[in-house]
Design a protein around this ligand. Structure first.
Ligand code: NI
Length: 182
């Protein structure tokens, strides 16, 4: 379909609460999801939320393939999640560096609950329910935040741990985390 422009922090649509999807298995929803995958791939993202391409609907996609360069990072199944809900299973918070396609070039250290259950529907309306921890749980929480108008910089605790990726990680090959952008 099409690679869309990604809205950047400051655009008011990114701060809105997105609307629930009512109709499943429609050409419109399929087209939106295809545009999201095309856009995420073009920008080499780990996840994307519909509001980031200007559509205020509760649709997120995510997925990370196993990468031998980052053996410590688990793969995340490629998923379309519509009307997602999150339940925290372990509120112990872990900090990790995040990036966002709507905040290009920057990274921040964000603390989030380490283990969650998430549920929602696929574009056909079939239910999805999974438990996730670590990086998988982080990606899902980051994307669902987008649907509530929250960008990761809002969650930063210490602005010393926020800056340009090129300064924080001057040698990406030695970074212990992938340059995940969501
Ligand atoms: Ni993001």
């Amino acid at each position: 379909m099409a690679v869309k422009e990604i809205l950047k922090m400051g655009h008011p649509l990114l701060y809105e609460k997105a609307q629930r999807v009512v109709n499943f298995n429609t050409p419109e929803l399929d087209a939106l999801v295809q545009d999201m995958f095309d856009t995420m791939a073009a920008y080499d993202g780990a996840g994307l939320a519909a509001p980031q391409i200007g559509v205020s609907l509760r649709v997120v996609i995510f997925g990370v393939e196993a990468n031998p360069r980052y053996p410590d990072v688990e793969a995340v199944p490629t998923t379309v999640l519509v009307n997602p809900e999150i339940t925290v299973l372990d509120a112990t918070e872990e900090g990790a560096w995040e990036g966002c396609l709507s905040v290009p070039g920057l990274r921040g250290l964000v603390y989030r609950p380490r283990r969650i259950r998430y549920s929602g529907r696929d574009p056909r309306g079939r239910p999805i329910e999974r438990e996730a921890e670590g990086f998988h749980a982080r990606v899902v929480q980051h994307e669902v935040d987008h649907l509530d108008g929250i960008l990761y910089p809002f969650r930063l605790r210490d602005l010393h741990h926020f800056g340009y990726e090129s300064e924080l990680f001057p040698n990406p090959a030695e970074a212990d985390e992938p340059a995940a952008r969501e």
